[in-house]
Design a binder for this molecule. Structure first.
Ligand code: AMP
Ligand code: MN
Ligand code: MN
Ligand code: MN
Length: 284
């Protein structure tokens, strides 16, 4: 399969912090010309059977997907899994454990926000939650916009939900090794999501790539809605340097919030090995 393929292998539904159902996402992806699609909800695979069926209905090829929250060198890193068995028990258990603690964290976020005069944020965020096991910062951001504290969700993150801000609560997610292992043991392939987004030094990023590879990780996202055009070039070079395949995905969450729509991305640079070439046997 060529690198000229409209593959969108990163997006979110109401099963995590997106605002569309898997079916509505599939319809939107197909309308935008997506040929190969994956739904990658945070720490969740509960939407996979619906997404695969909806893709089939829309005439798109499908790869199973998820985006696992990991703590590495004190930072949160996201690992996308593609092409795994959605009924794998060990992976389901690992993701269940990773989701655990989000409720308590959300209560603490709410307490932090109350201290700066924002009352009822937990209850407010809950109104935006589609999956009770997956309350995320995004749901708080939507509540704070609705309540008039900020103009948009980016402003909420900047002022309230990032490190050092009143609604930020540090959290320990899965270990890198475990996330890669859940994915690969379930027959899938692990991908570092949006590597350009982490605040790592060059040494820390190098360590992430080396350790990820040592655990069996195979690819990085190069063309993603979370990268600038300069980062497409930077991470294309790094994919070659480290021998990683490359992935492409919008990271679409919502028609009202996401600047990058499903399937509306530049092609993967032709010199890279597309992840879908390594996953042909897993495409449905
Ligand atoms: P959580 O897993 O609860 O920490 O929430 C992480 C999610 O918040 C990410 O997957 C994004 O959807 C969203 N997010 C993180 N940073 C920002 C930002 N600066 N602007 C908008 N959304 C963000
Ligand atoms: Mn998200
Ligand atoms: Mn992410
Ligand atoms: Mn994402």
């Amino acid at each position: 399969m060529s690198s000229i393929l409209n593959a969108d292998l990163h997006c979110h539904s109401v099963v995590s912090d997106g605002t569309l159902t898997p079916e509505a996402l599939a319809a939107r992806a197909a309308a935008n010309g997506v040929e190969l699609w994956a739904l990658t909800d945070h720490d969740e695979i509960g939407g996979q059977h619906r997404a695969a069926a909806a893709a089939r209905e829309q005439g798109m090829k499908y790869l199973t997907g998820t985006e696992i929250s990991v703590t590495f060198a004190g930072e949160t890193v996201h690992i996308v899994g593609l092409g795994f068995d959605p009924d794998d028990a060990a992976m389901s258990e690992g993701l269940y454990d990773t989701r655990g603690g989000r409720g308590k964290r959300a209560q603490e976020m709410s307490e932090g926000l109350a201290k700066v005069g924002i009352q009822g944020a937990y209850e407010g965020a809950l109104k935006f939650v589609g999956n009770p096991e997956l309350i995320s910062r995004t749901h708080f951001a939507r509540f704070l916009v609705e309540a008039g504290h900020c103009r948009d969700t980016s402003e909420v993150f900047r002022k309230f939900l990032t490190e050092g801000k009143p609604g930020y609560v540090p959290h320990r997610w899965a270990a890198l090794k475990d996330a890669v292992q859940w994915i690969t043991a379930a027959g899938g392939l692990a991908v570092i999501a949006h590597p350009g987004r982490y605040k790592f030094t060059a040494n820390e990023e190098y360590a992430l790539f080396v350790e990820f590879k040592a655990h069996g990780g195979k690819a990085i996202e190069v063309v993603t809605g979370s990268h600038t055009p300069a980062e497409y070039v930077e991470y294309a070079d790094k994919a070659l340097e480290f021998g990683f395949a490359a992935s492409r995905g919008s990271d679409f969450h919502s028609p009202d919030e996401s600047h990058c729509d499903l399937g509306k991305l530049p092609w993967l640079p032709g010199k890279l090995t597309p992840v879908w070439e390594l996953l042909e046997h897993r495409i449905q």
